[in-house]
Design a protein around this ligand. Sequence first.
Ligand code: AMP
Ligand code: ZN
Length: 471
Amino acid sequence: MALRFFNTYSRELEQFEPRDPAARKIGIYTCGPTVYSRAHIGNFRAYIFEDLLQRHLELRGYKVHRVMNITDVDDKTIRGAREAEVPLAKFTAQFKEAFFEDIETLRIKRADGFPAATDQRYIERMIEMIGALVSRGLAYQADDKSVYFRINKFPDYGKLAHFDLTQLQSTGRVKHDEYDKEHIGDFALWKAWDEEDANVKWDSPWGPGRPGWHIECSAMSTALLGDQIDIHCGGVDNIFPHHEAEIAQSEGVTGKKFVRYWLHCAHLLVDGQKMAKSLGNFYTVPDILGKGYTGNEIRYALMRVHYRAPLNFTWEGMKEARESLARIDEWLARLRERSASVSPAKNKGKQAGSMPYTFEEALDDDLNISAALGFLFESIRETNRAMDENKLDAASASAWLDWWKRINTVLDLEMEAEVAVPPEVVQLAKDRKSARREKNWKRSDELRGKISTLGWEVRDTKDGQKLTPRT
Ligand code: AMP
Ligand code: ZN
């Protein structure tokens, strides 16, 4: 089956055809965290779905270039900094650090770029884009000195959300501070400075102010991935107005189709409601680690349901995740034992590659992870039965282990290592991680030496430290 995805733009399952099929290179933009508090696991459901998408595309031979932005200036971050009485950069730094810690715990592959909205390069790009929109009549400066996008001049506005603009007019929900706009749906590209912003401001042709949230993503995606990208992702709450606005801004500037495939994940729910900071019904990664669960278990619990189906967070679900992982561990241990055994089996048993519907094919079908995992557990059941009856030979067992290795490049679950890492080596690696976070390179090198004398090698990879026995 060819790779296909549900495109929010067309509301249809579409065969995946990247912009440049020959090069097999894919540009993906994923909306990242707004760093005004620690991200909750609802946010991580979105990031884990994007991780699964990237890893599956890589398994299928594509080379993925992914960008995830960090929103470090907006109403919420400014308010947070003001309330904490610290400069904006200092306020957001703690949550950026927490975010990187959490993605490491959840084994989410790092994007190739994590641009921050306050980076001068991108602020300049935002101003340049707003200037281009103004000169084309697609944006205007209102009496309040802010600059707005004129949605009536962009006929495609509303196509992503399947939104009828006349409906927007009839709701009549005009906030009192938005009276300067020509149309209720016009959104801010540049927000004129006011006292509440304190010293958060940049100069622009329209006076001091700061960018609106939507233009941040248009500027960072076009700056780092070019005018056109293959896939753009986020949670369903991003569809309107955020992604709709991104299309209007980017296409308004470049005149080219901005995104080929829009993929949005359903929410993580708690008691039927979206997990959200504002509702106070959220858990962070450290909250769940504090209950004795591991990053691996959280990863599995957030990944196991199809991304377009709502997923309810429950502690029962966490327990099930633990049990599922234990089953995989047990199965791998049996396969290892069987593969090393010299006593003959009654027959070869089911071959890893002989199944009619494979794990990868399930993922080709709009990342159907539920079906892919169903297939994995079905295979576990069958091979376990074959081993019980001594009907799986050593070669087949090793083929299953190779198969697991292959599918685990997508799942990236940390299973019990064949050779356990001794606790003292684990401790030294943890100390080294802290030393590196404090940029204490000398101590980091010393710790590497100690780890080495205990017979282990530590490598720094994009996904953190990796320990391997020294050969
Ligand atoms: P934010 O930091 O609010 O901009 O959100 C970052 C990402 O998390 C966005 O892609 C959101 O759509 C996504 N998100 C927020 N809440 C949830 C949730 N409860 N379930 C799934 N994704 C979410
Ligand atoms: Zn965005």
